[in-house]
Design a protein. Structure first.
Length: 117
């Protein structure tokens, strides 16, 4: 459906699906670049090396029909580099969003229990 833009479209969906949490719950995750850099720095190198190894050994590949065909270091598509930036940030946003929302859910459950006796 999206052709060469498929991988970028998926990353765009992840951004739309998770980045709104920053504003809806006033999380301030995106305002803490040190935390985000640490998150990315912990995950990205290991998985990029894993990708490079898997590609070099023909364990998997990235379809040129679904990517832009622009490759970075280690023969990894540029979209995959974006993946290792966007997905950790989305993970932190989701974790913080759920953590932030849980007290609200707990108060709703407590009220229901009180009403239902």
């Amino acid at each position: 459906m999206f052709g060469q833009w498929s991988y970028l479209a998926m990353l765009g969906f992840v951004i739309l699906a998770s980045f709104w949490l920053e504003f809806a719950f006033r999380l301030r995750v995106l305002r803490d670049p040190k935390r985000l850099i640490k998150t990315i720095a912990l995950a990205a190198p290991v998985f990029l090396l894993w990708d490079a190894f898997a590609i070099a050994n023909s364990h998997w590949f990235f379809s040129e029909e679904l990517t832009l065909g622009i490759y970075g270091p280690l023969g990894i598509p540029i979209e995959e580099y974006g993946f290792f930036i966007i997905i950790p940030i989305a993970g932190v946003l989701t974790l913080e969003g759920v953590t932030n929302f849980l007290p609200t859910v707990r108060s709703w459950v407590a009220r229901l229990r009180k009403v239902n006796g």
